[in-house]
Structures are given as C-alpha cells and as structure tokens.
Design a protein around this ligand. Structure first.
Ligand code: GLN
Length: 191
C-alpha cells in the first residue's frame, strides 16, 4: 500500500491524514528529513505559507525538500501547500521562498482580504466540486507543462504537472474524496 507523508510543520495535518486514509493510502505526519525520504508521496497542508517557509528554513528542510520534489516525489499541496509548490510567488512577504516544482505563479491571498473565506461549487476535472477557500491563492500564470484541472470564474484553482498536484481550496475539509483519491492514484503510478 502507498505510504503518504503529510508535512507536519504547520497547518491542517490531521485532516489530510484522515482524508488520505479514507482514500486507500496509509498516511502519517512527517517532519524529519529521514521520515520524508521514506514515504512514497508527500502532502503539503493548508495553513500559512510564510510560517511553512520559516519553519522549513529553521529545520534545514527548504533545500532538501526542493530537491526531493525536483527529483520526482509525488506531492499534493492545498492552499498554502499550492503556494509552496509554485515556482514563482506574487504578494509574498519580503524574502518568502517556496519549494517550487510546478511551473506557475501563485498569487497569495488573491481573493482579497474582504472575502477571507467562502465555499462554493467549482469545476474540477469537468465536474462540480464543493470547495472551501480560506484566504486562498489562485494561479496567476501556468506554464505549458501545467494541466489546469479546476477553474472558478476564470481563475485557475487546481493544477497538475506530472506527479505534482495543487488546489487553492481545501478538499481535506469536506467529505468529497475525489482529489485525495486522484493523488493516491498518482502516488501508486496509476494516474
Ligand atoms: N493565505 C495563506 C498563505 O499565504 C494560505 C491560507 C490557507 O492555507 N488556508 O499561506
């Protein structure tokens, strides 16, 4: 069975572990480099990308994670996790860095401060998906290798590039498991 680690520096780790277990994977929180290297895939949870960046830097994980992702470990990021998987960032704080991997520009807090959080049906893979957005980013520009999986009013909110998957919303917070099931298949090499 695929073993998927959920990066446990900050964010909604437990919700992702549960969603992955419900999607046919073995899941566990991972924090140390050796733990991260031992799993078949990695989830970067929603939370706060500035905190993820600072903690990854403090724990000497920023460069190792960049390399692990660049070397092809399947990874899925939701919200702050999408930001961490973006090669380029707009509206980050001074000096803010990401792990990268997906050839896209993520715009942080893109939906505006007035609309901190909201839920609505979006289109993912051609079907409706009830999505929860919390101070969410969107994808401002996606490179040629990026497949757009989801859009909301013309804004890109779900993407895939090879073994990397990212959503601006939080599928771990709603019962619909299609996104986590897709990621489990990607980790198993069947999608
Ligand atoms: N706005 C947050 C950030 O910049 C993301 C919010 C979230 O993950 N719910 O990281």
């Amino acid at each position: 069975m695929a073993v998927i680690g959920v990066l446990a520096l900050q964010g909604d780790v437990r919700e992702h572990v549960r969603a992955l277990e419900e999607s046919g994977a073995t899941a566990k929180p991972v924090r140390r480099l050796a733990e991260i290297e031992s799993v078949d895939g990695l989830v970067i949870p929603g939370g706060e990308s500035t905190t993820l960046w600072k903690l990854a830097t403090a724990f000497d994980l920023l460069d190792p994670l960049r390399k692990i992702i660049a070397d092809g470990m399947p990874a899925f990021g939701s919200c702050a996790g999408l930001i961490m998987l973006a090669d380029r960032l707009r509206d980050g704080v001074a000096g803010q860095q990401t792990f990268g991997g997906i050839d896209m520009t993520a715009r942080r807090n893109a939906f505006g401060r007035q609309v901190d959080s909201f839920e609505r049906d979006v289109q993912v893979d051609g079907a409706p998906f009830h999505a929860v957005f919390i101070r969410a980013p969107w994808v401002e520009r996606a490179g040629a290798e990026v497949t757009v999986l989801g859009e909301d009013n013309g804004r890109i909110i779900a993407v895939r590039q090879g073994p990397l998957l990212a959503t601006a919303f939080h599928p771990e917070l709603t019962p619909d498991r299609r996104i986590h099931e897709l990621f489990v298949k990607m980790v198993k090499g069947t999608s």
